[in-house]
Design a protein around this ligand. Sequence first.
Ligand code: ATP
Ligand code: MG
Length: 295
Amino acid sequence: MAREPDEEWDNHLDALQRSATQHQWMDEPRYKRLFRDIEDRISGVLGGGEYEWADRRVFDSVFDQSTLLALHKLMQGGEIETLDFPIARGKEAHVFHATTTNGPAAVKIFHTTNAVFKSLSKYIDGDPRFSGLKRRHRELVNIWVRKELRNLRRCRKYGIPVPMPRANLRNVLVMDLVGNENAPAPRLKDVSIDNVEDVFDKLLTYIAVLWQNATLVHSDFSEFNVLWYEGTPWIIDVGQAVVEQHPSSKEFLVRDVTRTVEWANRNGMAVDTAESLLRVIEDPAPNLEPLPGLD
Ligand SMILES: Nc1ncnc2c1ncn2[C@@H]1O[C@H](COP(=O)(O)OP(=O)(O)OP(=O)(O)O)[C@@H](O)[C@H]1O
Ligand SMILES: [Mg+2]
């Protein structure tokens, strides 16, 4: 039986990954063209943006071989036209502004190596007993990205305003850009809000809808993970969201509510955490209209 093209490509990526010695692979003639192509399409992120790459190593840690190949495939599939400039960089991921035939998009590229892993890998690389570890780490990242995508879909199903996920491959997640063509929406942390009561009310309602209707807890809810767009809050960064059955779900719920209350109180309100928590758990949450884009 003929292999699915996807499977073929995945095996190909795996083989490349295994044989990787940094950059050598780039010299192989059959990949040269491929990467000239990508280089053009990602040239926007190389300079001129808000962020300067601290050094070449940081760039390499984001755009490693497997990530470049995944981007190439997403570009071939038409999900991404060009990567234009970095919007943000975090501990876990870089987020880029992208252009697509369906308008602007946000592309979240998860790091496949982190500091801990890197410092460990010097003890692990070359020891045949651990030859599978790097791969397993990558697989964990890939699973994490799929989890974020599923959580985004689940949020939208229950009417929580989160960006619509469009595609994902390995450590790359493509989603709607919250914001305008050239201006991604600011974080709630970075704007001054006139109607704090209304916004607080909305945020608490979203936490309640997630808990009661979607049986989800965001678990990193704060003014850092809320974007302010067209006068209303949008929730992002749902990779770590857990279902109610998770042993720590209640603890995470309390933390999400506490942070939201703290934000409100820093902005001139005087709300009580226990009371807000009761509201989330006991006041029946409204049924919100699902957001479009689900099959
Ligand atoms: N869909 C989007 N539209 C516009 N901006 C976005 C979008 N997704 C993410 N961002 C921007 O990128 C930043 C980082 O995204 P996100 O919080 O999802 O990643 P993260 O790596 O988990 O960040 P951190 O570790 O700092 O919390 C956000 O604060 C936001 O400014
Ligand atoms: Mg975040």
